[in-house]
Design a binder for this molecule. Sequence first.
Ligand code: 3H9
Length: 685
Amino acid sequence: MTVTITHNGEIAVVTVDNPPVNALSQDLRQSLWDAAETLDNDPSVRAVVLICAGRTFIAGADVNEFGKPPMPPHLPDLVKRIERATKPWIAAIHGSALGGGFEIALGCRFRVAVASASVGLPEVRLGIVPGAGGTVRLPRLVGPALAADMVTTGTPVAAPKARSQGLIDAIVDGDLEKGAIDFALAALAHSLPLALSDRAVPAVDTAFWDKTAKSVATRAKREEAPLRALACVKSAAEADFETALAFERETFLQLRGSDQAAALRHVFFAERAAPRPPELSGASPRPIRSVAVIGGGTMGAGIAASLRDAGLPVTLVERDQAAVERGLANLQAIFDGAVKRGRIDPETAVARMAGIAGTTDYARLADTDLVIEAVFEDLDVKRAVFTQLAAICRPDAVLATNTSYLDPDHIAAFMTGRERFIGLHFFSPANIMKLLEIVPAASTAPDVLATGFALARMLGKIPVRAGICDGFIGNRILKVTRAQAERLLLSGATPQAVDAAMRAFGLPMGPFEAQDLGGLDIAAFQRKAARARGETPFAPIADRLCEEGRFGQKSGGGWYDYAKGDRTPLPSATVTRLIAAAADGTLQRDWDEAGIVDCIVLPMVNEAAKILEDRTALRASDIDLVKIHGYGFPRWRGGPMHYAQARGLCEVVATLDRLAEDGLAEHPCDLLRQSATSGTFEVPR
Ligand code: 3H9
């Protein structure tokens, strides 16, 4: 870490160099404090430019310090020190000025930025509120409405918009340091604006706070930080500066030690570890400039849309012209939907469609860098696709399957050039869902694996490396979730009670509502295939529902009944009858919410531990990411593995043993029992 001071005439330039993201570690805070002292005492200096080396401006407080006691100089004091410096400081921003980094910039008298920069207060995403005056200075700069929006969503603002909203004072074209020095010299020719702490908060109408609190509460569900952040902005509007600052600091310190903040920090670091599985070291990805998708159904169209969103030209291949037209119509519907929701403008939708070429001719793929197959889940159909691709594509083209249940090694068994083959398992809707399971086959070359991870980065997805087994990581655990949900029905719970308990736990939907939405037929098809392989999947009631043609919302009924044209789930007398018949003789219990959650979530944890045990996943935190980004597990609970560890693995083991003795779950696996002795998941070497 270095902080250097250079001089350009009357302007001093303070350069922070603390890789990777110039986070405000204790020694950086001290060095900036010392720089402020030095420059205050230097009569030759009239203004100070604060700039950063590397890829970004200061990206925030050092998250690694959050588990430890705060060490002086504390960030709020440093921001004040800069704000009260005898010369004006000018923040020169590139990359991201986030959290404490933006708070430092708010302590500066001016902020200038390159057009590609962004600024924001993303603390709520870490389960905390800004802790160095962000909620108190920001409303003084741009008013309570924008401040409330920024601190409760945590969404960064791009520099051009930030300029128009008054968050920054100027956009610098060309060299940032020179532009900031020129800005400083020009600013010195005029009287200085007041420091933010000396300004008043513009008034808002009295209804604003209640209205905003309602919408924040709806969005945040059970996440604590957004409403607490709003309370800080309100306090800034109602109390004097110092009182509001003290209120913000107290809120920050309380939340910093909360379970939600610990869970969200865990997810933050998990997301940064997942893109780097050890086997990638030394492997460089192959370039991806053009992509083809085979199959234009829901999955294929979603994948193609995601590729277009990332700016890649896409060829969509279908088996006949009618299917090509259907595939293109699916894509058009996706982009139309994005326009309707305000995600893109109509011109962008037109441009996205213009970058897609539909064809039935595999010969068009001769020079494509990456091909992703998303055809029907049938081994022979997929093998035929890869035989054609292997014959037509360049030998260095990467060929990927989006299979969710078939064994990639079997799909590639007869293909030539198998080192370029890989599984890329997207989640539906593929243009929205963040998860990408990356599944190397036995033959996959390291640089092809690296290409999968590079693609995930291009698409803004969270990549998780998964080994080969039935369902990989996510769907293998999903099978347990569904089996446990049915065990609950057999032993006295209702679908409504199970769904309500899982929603109360934090999932967007319960397991039965989710099946009705997605359709029961795909899982039934997979169970049939599993039985043909000699397996015995457990879904006694779902099997009966499918026999009766109850496939979910699309057939007018599944686990629930639905009135025509209405998606509201209604209790079903048919389902009650089927449950009673299937449960015949099973001991009936009174289930409460906590019991239902344990009976579903803890067996999921046990399956996840087996997934670690057999090396299908490399890290417990990867499994957390799969469940959060692919299945809606609440982020603020940190994923199932973090949840289990936070709760105590000994308690998890004991509860599972009790459930197992009642025939309601399997006993804990060896790895879970061993991990209980240390309290954290032990990954076998
Ligand atoms: C805060 O500021 C609280 C204050 O209000 C109050 C305090 C009193 N700390 O994401 P990347 C590491 S809360 C420590 O892959 P990118 C990261 O772990 C903070 N380390 O890069 C990784 O390390 P490694 C508010 C951090 O270019 C490496 O940097 N700020 C921090 O894709 C690269 O990360 C935030 O929440 C940190 N704050 O994206 C900003 N940030 O290489 C969080 C990153 O060892 N950060 N690292 O795995 C980001 O959003 C992105 O990192 C950023 C760069 C957009 C900056």
